[in-house]
Design a protein around this ligand. Sequence first.
Ligand code: MTE
Ligand code: MO
Length: 315
Amino acid sequence: MSIRKASDLRYSDVTPRQEYLNRRRFLATGSAALGALGALANPFAARAEAKLSGYSQSPFSTDEKPSPYSAVTSYNNYYEFGTGKDEPVKLARNYRTSPWTVTIEGEVAKPKTLDLDAIMKAAPLEERIYRHRCVEGWSFVIPWIGFPLSALLKHVEPTSKAKYVAFQSYYDPKQMLSSREAQIQFPYVEGLRLDEAMHPLALISVGVYGEVLPPQNGAPLRLTLPWKYGFKSIKSIAKIRLVDKQPPTTWNIAWAQAYGFYSNVNPEVDHPTHSQAMEVRLGAGMFGQRMKTRMFNGYDQVASLYSGMDLRKYY
Ligand SMILES: Nc1nc2c(c(=O)[nH]1)N[C@H]1C(S)=C(S)[C@@H](COP(=O)(O)O)O[C@H]1N2
Ligand SMILES: [Mo]
């Protein structure tokens, strides 16, 4: 594959190679079985082999050591593809994420449906190495590639009525679990206050470890919000809607006392089943490394977004 600048990258250039080959074989023969055979023959079909290039390094990156690629891409929460950590890497293997469109609508002057070529060109790509803290008490350090969510939102020009941003994941009951099986509502939905969404730390990720996102990490694009618990970072985004009221969110619907709308990382507010004071950094050493959890996961620069709010109440 030729390496080009991000500005003239087409998404078809960065589709995982095996997926691309499978699709071409499928188109050539009209046989789904042959396509599936191609994927089976290559046990690493889900590994995104397509390198991204032309991205800059972000000053927001931590200098902590990134977690191993193998851990970050095989230990996942992605309930649409299974409720076990080891399931998404297997069950999302043949998840087709090309072609793809994202609709951005609601309280905006210029609603848009963007394909992935347009998404990739929405803003210059940056690598950002962020801490990732799951509400369950484990954490990673992950080198994402993406661009600020604010850049995407500016393209559609939010109106003065826009106060919140609602996100919706892609959902296909034919290749994903039912809500009954997963015990959470699908399509997966999340939300942010508009000023949180416009914060420079809020990232749309399209890649990780220098490559396009693998399916289990939320291909082809997902949110990455390092100061909030991981479940706020919604995967595989299909729809974005600017709205005037606080939108419903999937985990809040499932258990409101445990999963608030804000869900900023806070070592002083316990989950109903466990303390949030400590976390285990997975992939560090044989058993992971136990460490203290920090307010806002250490991203103090977001604190002004919440001044005047009682963070014990608005958890
Ligand atoms: N659509 C969707 N997005 C999701 C989830 C999910 O189940 N479905 N899980 C969330 C949770 S709990 C976490 S910790 C992160 C995990 O992201 P990662 O697998 O890339 O580490 O994705 C979040 N985004
Ligand atoms: Mo999570």
